[in-house]
Design a protein around this ligand. Structure first.
Ligand code: 3HC
Ligand code: NAI
Length: 698
């Protein structure tokens, strides 16, 4: 027995309890404790049956991910479970919380499973770039059927006790007193002299073997570029085609292959990066937070109405303030349409939609905001307009209300200075569509109070966002990094690389979409206006900057909203179609600027776009704008469609090797000039043989 696993005997039933907070992961102490107690129970003549349960909030939530990549101290989980499968006394797992991964595999090796109504089970290994490696791929199809097993294993989806019971995966669902219910169940099995139900002795069958190829084809689209989902299908297919022992061998082989691959390392990095982002320098668990029970949103446009939905989804009332009744009505209609859509898709009931809609109200009067706990401003991106809004908020909002701006480029310190309470002002930078995108950049201004920051981070989690703290600078973390990305896309066009080739290279790298498709989606007029204003202010903007985008805008090609930009779009479609008119505009720009076409391969296209992201990120880290490299990875994966299987730009840089990146950048600098100057931090790390991961700190 170890302190992580205890055993006591109740009425001839050995109750083995795991106690390994926070999630009862299968760390070495748990594996060895389980081995010892199970052997004891097997050999103890006073024991007729075994109940396996957990203390704390959850049943075992899986293998201990912190032990991955290190030598495994025996017993390894598959060996422990093979031994369990030979035991001769009935074993009943008592499930509460989430029985996940290795936890569910332990439960599937027991002969029976009793679960609380609220419990969920799942095999989320695929989300870590691996597959269930302790029999999950062989046992789940044998007990729950190939269809459900394929669904659960390739998606990582958690299923409720009710659904699991329907599939035969759980034998009894109870509403409370779980441990006693499991003991009673075990005694009944003993009294009835029921045979042991070893899942390994069942057979997995499939009515139509074509299902495996259908899954492979579907996953090639929905999980494009990911290795693990395809290997998951291979192992489930093995459960049908091979006997249990050979199926287990196949599972082991593919598990180890995935575990050693870069994709899984990247996905495991993201698991911890996401949780690390919640840790904010200067704050502690004891930092107080403010209660947020009501929200006001200023501006009911694209962002304001999307932001509102995050709160109404959580039952928090929202007051929208607009300039005109028409604008208000448009914003509120957008929210109503969203809920109608949810009902049509069968995601919520009519009643739920009606009560969510009731949470939204509108006004044009700041006095109506006197009692709200949080205000989020999402008006036009103009400092004068923001000044007007924040001056009024300062006048009308109650002391202690948090005043946030959703600005994407403006200085939050300046915005805070429009109020007499800069400590209550913060940036909350949502991404469009604001009710869908998971990223929330939380902008800490110079005077932002600790409790305001702590409240924003807590709120982010509450509304299912991943909050990442950023300091104040132009574009914060994410948009600032895009500067070189966009610049190089434009430069490649001027070297004769077509929009479709640039986009395809980045798409194949794994980005959700290429830079020019993204430009068309966001609208080319935004950048056009910025460049025009900068030139009018007398700032130096190179002639090549936006040379093609500006010509497109002047030809009325504003992007998707105009049906044409870098591509053309058929009515009602978002599919980009290459357009000879654009080729002509590119040729005209190249001729005007005296640009020569050059043969450029896909590898160079990727380097030319991705390395500027990495370089800017190094500057951002040096300036303390981002707290740590992994926060930047979180920003790019949740906000910019960077492939999770590459772990984000910083993790990717480490996998390429910083010296190799610096060497390429120096070559680009020799060819293209000082836009390619290597950031001092990147250069130093490369010279010292260190990586971005070496900089990560709590
Ligand atoms: N190993 C190690 N640490 C883990 C862990 C695990 N499997 N799961 C969670 N943790 C840690 C988290 O890092 C976090 O640590 P921190 O407080 O220091 O940041 C802490 O536990 C709490 O986690 P969350 O913040 O995520 O807590 P929630 O209550 O929101 O969620 C959970 C709980 C649903 C269990 C969620 O943590 C989760 O999904 N965990 C991962 C489950 C998983 O992937 N299991 C499969 C592992 S792989 C495996 O089992 C291989 C096998 O097939 C051989
Ligand atoms: P939008 O033009 O769709 O909406 C702005 C709304 O604000 C309009 O409905 C307008 O009537 C209203 N408004 C303007 N001045 C007002 C005032 N003084 N008082 C009350 N309402 C006023 O703009 P969008 O795209 O929603 O952007 C809003 C803010 O969000 C901007 O600061 C923008 O930089 C930022 N943002 C935009 C993103 C995007 O992708 N569109 C992404 C992240 C941030």
């Amino acid at each position: 027995m170890t302190s992580a696993v205890m055993m006591h005997i109740v009425d001839n039933v050995a109750v083995i309890e795991v106690d390994n907070p926070p999630v009862n992961a299968l760390s070495f102490a748990v594996r060895s404790g389980l081995q010892t107690t199970l052997r004891e129970a097997e050999h103890n003549e006073a024991v007729d049956a075994i109940v396996l349960s957990c203390r704390g909030n959850t049943f075992i939530a899986g293998a201990d991910i912190t032990e991955f990549g290190k030598p495994m101290q025996p017993p390894a989980l598959p060996d422990l479970l093979s031994e369990m499968d030979t035991l001769t006394k009935p074993m009943v797992a008592a499930l509460h919380g989430t029985a996940l991964g290795g936890g569910l595999e332990v439960a599937l090796t027991c002969h029976y499973r009793v679960a609380l109504e609220s419990a969920k089970v799942g095999l989320p290994e695929v989300l870590l770039g691996i597959l269930p490696g302790a029999g999950g791929t062989q046992r789940l199809p044998r007990i729950a059927g190939v269809e459900l097993a394929l669904d659960m294993i390739t998606s990582g989806r958690k299923v409720s006790s009710k659904e699991a019971a329907k599939a035969g995966l759980i034998d009894k669902v109870v509403s409370d007193d779980l441990q006693n219910a499991a003991i009673a169940f075990a005694k009944k099995v003993v009294n009835n002299k029921a045979p042991l139900r070893r899942i390994s002795e069942l057979t997995a069958t499939v009515s139509d073997p074509a299902i495996f190829d259908q899954y492979r084809a579907k996953l090639a689209k929905t999980r494009r570029g990911f290795d693990a989902p395809q290997r998951c299908v291979d192992t489930v297919q093995a459960s049908v085609e091979l006997d249990f022992a050979d199926g287990m061998k196949k599972e082991r082989e593919l598990f180890l292959e995935l575990m050693q691959g870069t994709q899984s390392k990247s996905q495991r990095h993201m698991f911890f990066a996401e949780r690390m982002a919640a840790q904010v320098q200067g704050l502690s668990k004891g930092t107080p937070t403010r209660d947020i029970n009501s929200v006001a949103i200023i501006g009911a446009g694209t962002m304001g109405s999307g932001i509102a939905i995050n709160f109404t989804n959580k039952g928090i009332p929202v007051t929208m303030l607009e300039l005109s009744f028409e604008a208000l009505e448009r914003g509120i209609k957008h929210i109503h349409r969203y809920y109608d859509g949810q009902v049509a898709k069968g995601r919520i009931s009519e009643e739920q939609a009606a009560s969510a809609k009731q949470l939204v109200s509108g006004t044009d009067n700041y006095a109506d905001l006197s009692d709200v706990d949080l205000v989020i401003e999402a008006v036009f991106e103009s400092m004068a307009v923001k000044q007007d809004v924040f001056t009024k908020l300062d006048k009308y909002c109650k002391p202690g209300a948090i005043l946030a701006s959703n600005t994407s480029t403006l200085n939050v310190n300046t915005i805070a200075s429009f109020t007499s309470r800069p400590q209550d002002v913060i940036g909350l930078h949502f991404f469009s569509p604001a009710n869908i995108m998971r990223l929330l950049e939380v902008v800490r201004a110079d005077s932002t109070a600790d409790d305001v920051l702590a409240t924003a981070m807590k709120l982010a989690k509450h509304i299912n966002k991943v909050g990442v703290v950023s300091g104040v600078c132009d574009g914060f973390i994410g948009n600032r990094m895009l500067k070189g990305y966009g610049r190089e896309a434009g430069a490649l066009l001027l070297e004769g690389v077509s929009p479709a080739r640039i986009d395809k290279a980045l798409y194949d790298f794994g980005m959700a979409m290429g830079p020019l498709t993204m430009g068309d989606l966001a609208g080319l007029d935004v950048g056009y206006r910025v460049r025009k204003e900068r030139r009018e202010r007398g700032e130096y903007v190179p002639e090549t900057d936006g040379a093609i985008a500006d010509r497109l805008v002047e030809a009325g090609r504003l992007g998707q909203k105009a049906g044409k930009g870098y591509y053309r779009y058929e009515e009602g479609s978002r599919t980009p179609i290459p357009d000879p008119e654009v080729d002509a505009i590119i040729k005209e720009a190249m001729d005007a600027l005296g640009c020569e076409p050059r043969e450029i391969d896909d590898e160079e296209i990727v380097k030319r776009l991705i390395y500027p992201l990495i370089n800017e990120a190094a500057l951002i880290l040096d300036e303390g704008i981002a707290q740590r490299p992994s926060d930047i990875d979180v920003v790019y994966i949740y906000g910019y469609g960077f492939p999770v299987y590459r772990g984000g730009p910083m993790f990717y840089a480490d996998t390429v090797g910083l010296p190799a990146i610096v060497a390429d950048m120096e070559q680009f600098q020799a060819r293209y000039g000082d836009d390619w100057q290597v950031a001092p931090l990147l250069k130093t790390l490369a010279e010292q043989g260190r990586s971005f991961a070496d900089l990560s700190s709590k």
